[in-house]
Design a protein around this ligand. Sequence first.
Ligand SMILES: C[S@@+](CC[C@H](N)C(=O)[O-])C[C@H]1O[C@@H](n2cnc3c(N)ncnc32)[C@H](O)[C@@H]1O
Length: 158
Amino acid sequence: VADFKQRLIRFRPIGVVHSPFHVREDIDPRRNSRPDGFSDIRGELEIDPACAAGLKDIAGFSHLIVIFAFHKSESGHLLVRPPSETRRRGVFSTRSPHRPNPIGMTVVRLLGRRGNILRVAGIDMLEGTPILDIKPYTSRDSKRGVRRGWMRRSVLNR
Ligand SMILES: C[S@@+](CC[C@H](N)C(=O)[O-])C[C@H]1O[C@@H](n2cnc3c(N)ncnc32)[C@H](O)[C@@H]1O
């Protein structure tokens, strides 16, 4: 069995997020506790021209999954206190930006493409966030019978 724990995995960003949020304080914390809190926030995904050929056929999808690096987060807490919560929760049961591997994912609505630039809505990332990958959001990603764990009594992710 390979010793996966020793493996250092390196990624080269494929692009960068352009967002109206330049620092975390620009984001009204109440947005984070509303499911549609960012749906009106528009921005752009600027893809490295060297990767732009990979955008072929993307225009047919209404929504995209953007996987990115939380490049401004603090490193690796295992217990975090979500906004508007009094108790600390295991980081893997949260969407906290402060996690052992600072990887984030956001589903955005694709508004249009101009060359290597994708115009999107639903941005909850900061300006300059490095993009690691983009995948189409499909009906397979929408699950039935969802249980919300500790969030069930919280306003988060309703
Ligand atoms: C609750 S996280 C959720 C992000 C993503 N939708 C997810 O589930 O992985 C969103 C918050 O992360 C913070 N954030 C966004 N981009 C960041 C970045 N590049 N580095 C550090 N923190 C970031 C902002 O404070 C934002 O309100």
